[in-house]
Design a protein around this ligand. Sequence first.
Ligand SMILES: Nc1ncnc2c1ncn2[C@@H]1O[C@H](COP(=O)(O)OP(=O)(O)OP(=O)(O)O)[C@@H](O)[C@H]1O
Length: 208
Amino acid sequence: MDMRVKDLCVARGGVALLEGVSFTLAPGQALILRGPNGSGKTTLLRCLAGLQDPRGGEIGFDRELAAYGAHADGLKAQMSVTENLTFWAAVHGLSDIAPALAAFDLEALRDRQAGMLSAGQKRRLGLARMMVTGRALWLLDEPTVSLDAASVALFAEAVRAHLAGGGMAVIATHIDLGLPEAAVLDLGPLKARAEMDDFDDAFGGAFL
Ligand SMILES: Nc1ncnc2c1ncn2[C@@H]1O[C@H](COP(=O)(O)OP(=O)(O)OP(=O)(O)O)[C@@H](O)[C@H]1O
């Protein structure tokens, strides 16, 4: 099933950030979101994940098929690597965590508490979590923060395997992920024009 996004307008804190966001993603395809700090990449991902409603436009995709990997890894600090992945797999009705452990080189760390992991190891575990959801669409916000070069390569391989299995990915990033086959959407030109309505919404008309 294709993911179709048409003429989306997204806002944060009552202020419109982006307008006219349109793209189509077919199974096996990835889209890289680019844009300067504050341009609205996270906000767009939140809308695609169903965490907030867009101000306008259409998202033609079942949001239940999406897994969202935000800046925070969402790990349970007291639980081991294995327990974290097993827990998330069970939430999604799955049980096999071995491919995720292998893909992110976590086997030697499987019994370590998540809270004891280094920043990069935590990030690897957070990304491994995407694999055990079994969901078709990965929505990833700056997935490579804290990763060393070898781990970025592992991540690119995992995304490629996901796409090869008919998955899709939308990834906000500032770095080159080593996925030249992915389409790129530059959000810079889609910056919303400032409207007085936005200032009304944001400040309750205090300046009027
Ligand atoms: N909860 C909030 N309330 C009001 N404004 C917010 C809120 N969260 C973010 N913003 C603002 O919305 C704008 C877009 O933020 P967003 O996080 O979507 O940008 P981004 O492109 O992901 O940035 P970065 O590259 O720095 O991660 C920014 O100006 C930010 O300050």
